[in-house]
Design a protein around this ligand. Structure first.
Ligand SMILES: [Ca+2]
Length: 448
């Protein structure tokens, strides 16, 4: 071989390596396949509920292992302070106000996220991904606004948060559906979510897949795997919606529920390893809103599920992808649930769908290179249909403005992450600026 040919060859190899290591965030494995995506959404757990975020009461070894081998985000927020709004934002990459899903969706058949919205499953399908969702749906009645209608290829889900053993909803109906048909199978919900997740991964192991593992836990009713069944068909259960246990047992049940989720995470990871998929699978784990502080922990943050103080929406967020996300890394980038869709598309190498404007941004440089994000202002608006209470919040850098029942709060999160000192009276110009930005954001996201 001539010197020139050797030089050309080494140049080509060098360029190829450069393309792999320095290229865009679309990383393909040796087979040329984009990575599988496993998105684990735990319901209603708080910032401080996992061992890797400082909890020493609930053992979560499998989740902690994901964090140790990947990145923990410390300033990640849910779009909503309750279930449905956050899920709408996750599925669309947009503020949930654009979908009209601003409060928890109820129990009738006529509520749901509009079917015309482009979802994460539809967007990933353009790159050949098969999508499955297992667990809680809660962005519309499954029979009419279900996951298969919204682009998922396979689904085994509930509308809402049924009894963990009998799968009966608060309005006395079986609430468990396979591909949008009633599916009355026996088992503890978290175990069923795990079983269907594993089957889906096994079934689709030879092609890119997106698995949305949407645990019903740790939402009430508070029932660990060994606690008794409660709700039966044909009765209304609103008055005993928290389940059959005495109140003093709620925390213990919540702990058992989260430990069952942790086991599920371990089994899912073991499945990926067994099938040789671990290196080419990115796993992201988070919550859909903060915990109720009387069962879980949002420490050191103020407030709880339903609030627009940090405890209502700052949640654990872990990303793990061996060889791509630096092990043991920590990021304080300010991010939100709606960022996940643009990020996954970037990582999968899928172009943004036509005529869709995301509100979320691509986080891949945070995850893969631990870079910061450009400055931006983030917004929350929650009109709670049940309590009739309205709240809004704006975050800009270290500043956080909250308005709740006409009362104004301004916090400096850098000095006061617990939102204890209300600085509104001393900084009227900052209050005005953040309120003005909120008004123009509100006009933009509700214009249709
Ligand atoms: Ca929730």
């Amino acid at each position: 071989m001539t010197t020139y040919r050797l030089y050309s060859l080494s140049l080509m190899i060098g360029l190829a390596i450069l393309a792999i290591t320095k290229g865009d965030s679309c990383r393909k494995d040796a087979s040329g396949s984009p990575p599988n995506i496993v998105l684990i959404l735990i319901d209603d757990i708080g910032y401080n509920d996992l061992g890797c975020y400082g909890n020493d009461l609930i053992p979560t070894p499998n989740i902690d292992k994901l964090a140790a081998g990947g990145m923990r985000m410390t300033d990640f927020h849910t779009n909503g302070a309750v279930c449905s709004p956050t899920r709408a934002a996750l599925l669309t990459g947009q503020y949930q106000q654009r979908s009209g899903v601003e409060s928890a969706i109820g129990f009738t058949k006529d509520e749901g996220m509009p079917l015309g919205k482009t979802t994460i499953a539809e967007a990933l399908a353009r790159a050949g991904y098969k999508s499955g969702v297992f667990g809680k749906w809660h962005v519309g009645h499954v029979s009419r606004f279900g996951p298969n209608d919204q682009g998922f290829d396979w689904s085994v889900v509930s509308n809402n948060s049924p009894d963990y053993h009998t799968h009966v909803s608060r309005v006395g109906e079986i609430d468990w559906f396979k591909n949008q048909e009633l599916y009355d199978e026996p088992g503890y919900l978290t175990d069923l979510v795990t079983r269907h997740t594993i089957e889906f991964i096994e079934e689709n192991h030879d092609q890119p897949f997106f698995t949305f593992v949407s645990h019903v836990a740790c939402h009430f009713p508070f029932q660990g795997p060994d606690d008794p069944p409660h709700r039966q068909v044909g009765k209304i259960w609103h008055d005993t919606k928290y389940g059959p246990l005495p109140e003093e047992e709620y925390k213990r049940a919540y702990r058992d529920m989260l430990m069952a989720v942790d086991e599920s995470v371990g089994e899912t990871v073991a499945t990926l390893e067994r099938l040789g998929l671990r290196e080419n699978t990115i796993i992201f784990l988070t919550s859909d809103n903060g915990a109720y502080s009387w069962v879980g922990s949002n420490a050191p943050y103020r407030g709880q599920k339903g609030d627009l103080f940090e405890g209502g929406h700052r949640v654990p967020a872990i990303v793990n992808w061996p060889g791509h996300v630096p092990a043991g890394s920590l990021s304080d980038a300010t991010a939100m649930t709606m960022d996940l869709l643009p990020t996954f598309l970037q990582i999968a190498g899928v172009a943004q769908p036509d005529k869709v404007e995301f509100d979320g941004i691509d986080l891949s440089s945070v995850w893969l290179e631990n870079k910061g994000l450009p400055e931006r202002t983030l917004f929350w608006r929650f009109n709670n249909l049940y309590t009739k209470k309205e709240a809004m919040a704006v975050r800009e850098g270290k500043w956080k403005y909250v308005e709740k029942e006409k009362k104004q709060f301004l916090f400096n999160l850098q000095e006061d992450p617990g939102e204890k000192a209300n600085l509104a009276a001393g900084h009227p110009e900052m209050v005005d600026s953040l309120r003005r930005q909120f008004k123009s954001w509100e006009e933009k996201v509700t214009e249709n």
